[in-house]
Design a protein around this ligand. Sequence first.
Ligand SMILES: Cc1ncc(COP(=O)(O)O)c(C=O)c1O
Length: 333
Amino acid sequence: MHRRELPTPALVVRRSTFDANLALMARRWPDHSLRPHVKAHKSTALARQQAAIGHRAFTCATPREVIGMATAGLDADLLLANECIDPARLSAMARCSPNVTIAVDSDVTVALAARHGITKVLIDVNVGLPRCGVAPADAGRLADLARSHGLVVRGVMGYEGHAMGLADAAERRAIVERSMDKLRAAHTLTGGDVISAGGTMTWDLHHDSGITEMQAGSYALMDSFFAAHGAPFASALFADATVINVSPHHIVCDAGLKALAMDHGLPTTDAGEVWFLSDEHATIKPTRAFTIGDRVSFIPSHVDPTVAYHREMHVVDDQDNVIDVWPVDLRHW
Ligand SMILES: Cc1ncc(COP(=O)(O)O)c(C=O)c1O
């Protein structure tokens, strides 16, 4: 099948660009030094490609991702880099594989993990992003508490997400330095072999930060937001749409808010200037002539939620032949 025969809206992955992104990241962070984040693609088929080049430890954001990865046999070392207080989900993660580690950041998350069969934890440290994570100075006490519950404390994680939206590399570097000072200080209190942090926008700023593994995810498929902020990976993911209306000053395509996440702004396209999206429509001021039925390809502005809107990604070669389909099988929570 050719790409233009796909029913739209359709997610399309350019294989050669995807491979180049994986190769670039793997040169800097080979094998277990990269723990790719599954939340950016939610696909065991895509994760298999990452495992095939040596990255067999994975980061997950949801119990569904952990359990799905384990069911697919991709469970060499799975980290839920997120807090979970749902007893049923904790038990299901504990049952699905012996190789599950989860983040804990409070007495409650420690107690629940131990009570529901989890055996290994990372102490999640707040390194500056106002989200989850224990205060660095409290990390040692929490690690001791976890050990008193019989849990293995593998080390610490600390996501410097407040650096990711900054276009200025010097500002990003300063945040990485401050954040990793906190993470290393916490690690001296907790012990353990693992210091886990990082993301696509800070992948090259961790020379001497002390981390043992990088958690990047978006680099594989990329999006226009991270590209505009200077990440050197190329857009491998597209949302293809069909022109359904041609008006004197604009055209309309059949991909809207339900096909393209908008939290990082409008998607981009070489078809013209995207004016706005509505539920099922994209309105564009075109830069060339279009007729009804023509195809338009969008680069999403935020890869993670965009992928989560779709059931599958169609993989194409450089001639736009569809050569594979990767189900987005880890959607939902
Ligand atoms: C805990 C955690 N680690 C790492 C990342 C980095 O992901 P990305 O490479 O997509 O920026 C994220 C993204 O939100 C995250 O939540």
